[in-house]
Design a protein around this ligand. Structure first.
Ligand SMILES: [Zn+2]
Ligand SMILES: [Zn+2]
Length: 345
């Protein structure tokens, strides 16, 4: 069996987990160290994701061709791929037939980093998700969802996080647009805190905290950036960074992967709108986004509501933030939302 490459370790005081992964330090870094111009400055011929298989990556575990984009076009095979998912060459977790169990030794708790770590690559080298058509973005969401559905049945998988790092400042080590999916054997601390918070609210008030918040925001509209029939993009009341955005389904839904395929195009529109507006308003900022959804093995959660969180790099954590966990937001969400609402097509 392949040697495991990482280890989950628990903080003795907070109970939180970290992942100590040794091989990831050898990842390539193909950035020009110039802010905001990195993607244009990386020559396409050196790009490891323009032709991932030529770059030494394994065959895709899932792919969709560009012929999915236009109805009625002929199937042209893999050479016309538009989105493909491959195992990460430098994974933070690796698959194993044996699920990890916790080891307690010398005061410390730890266990093996077992799981899956995929890369989801879109074909255009210099066109990010926010610059795609709704149909193209829908294909990316379809890939997210179908890979999620496949991995949630794996026995050691408890939580699946889909995330996207855009720009060097947001931690992307390869400039070519790509997202990642990590399937973990634990429920990560931030997500777990969010489940207990929403459960506490549900026990006290009898309804989903997110539904309550959405109803209020939709009636008040000051923090709404964009909405369509099924989704809403808003700047949260207690934003953690300036211009933080979230995308919520307007109906109660705890599991992202159960999204009805007819509604996926509406989600694609909301995601493209959110990213497009940030790009215009903030002159192409670096950002991270991720999907928060229910744990893989939990059937239904009446207190949890899946959503996207988009965090542009509008500030940096310094002493105050690290020391207190209180993030200082210099543009209030009401002002950010107003600015983003006014962005034209
Ligand atoms: Zn490329
Ligand atoms: Zn809800």
């Amino acid at each position: 069996m392949k040697k495991l490459i990482s280890e989950f370790r628990q903080d003795m005081v907070s109970g939180d987990w970290i992942l100590a992964a040794s091989r990831r330090g050898r990842r390539p870094n193909v950035f020009d160290h110039k802010k905001h111009v990195f993607r244009k400055s990386v020559p396409k011929r050196n790009c490891p994701f323009d032709d991932p298989q030529k770059g030494g990556n394994s065959a895709p575990v899932l792919w969709y061709g560009s012929d999915h984009l236009a109805a009625g076009t002929k199937k042209r095979g893999f050479k016309d791929w538009f989105v493909q998912i491959i195992p990460n060459k430098f994974p933070a977790l690796s698959p194993s037939k044996i699920c990890p169990s916790m080891v307690s030794r010398n005061h410390y708790n730890f266990f093996n980093g077992v799981g899956f770590h995929d890369v989801i690559i879109t074909r255009p080298h210099d066109r990010s998700l926010g610059e795609m058509s709704h149909k193209e973005a829908e294909l990316v969401l379809r890939a997210y969802q179908n890979r999620y559905l496949r991995l949630k049945t794996e026995k050691c998988v408890e939580y699946i996080l889909i995330f996207h790092n855009h720009g060097e400042g947001a931690g992307a080590s390869i400039a070519h647009p790509h997202s990642q999916l990590i399937a973990m054997p634990i429920i990560p601390p931030d997500v777990s805190r969010s489940f207990s918070g929403s459960e506490r609210y549900f026990k006290k008030c009898g309804h989903c905290v997110h539904c309550t918040m959405l109803e209020w925001e939709l009636s008040k509209k000051t923090r709404i950036v964009f909405q369509n029939d099924y989704f809403v993009v808003l700047a949260p009341f207690a934003s953690r960074v300036s211009f933080e955005l979230r995308i919520y389904p307007k109906w109660h839904a705890s599991h992202f992967e159960e999204l009805d395929e007819r509604k996926r195009i509406w989600l694609a529109e909301a995601l493209v709108e959110a990213l497009r507006r940030l790009r215009k308003a903030l002159d192409g900022p670096d950002y991270n986004f991720f999907i928060h959804t229910a744990p893989a093995k939990v059937k239904y959660m009446e207190h949890y509501h899946w959503h996207f969180e988009i965090l542009p790099k509008t500030g940096i954590w310094a002493g105050l933030e690290f020391g207190t966990g209180v993030e200082v937001v210099s543009v209030p969400p009401e002002e950010a939302a107003k600015m983003l609402r006014l962005i034209k097509k």
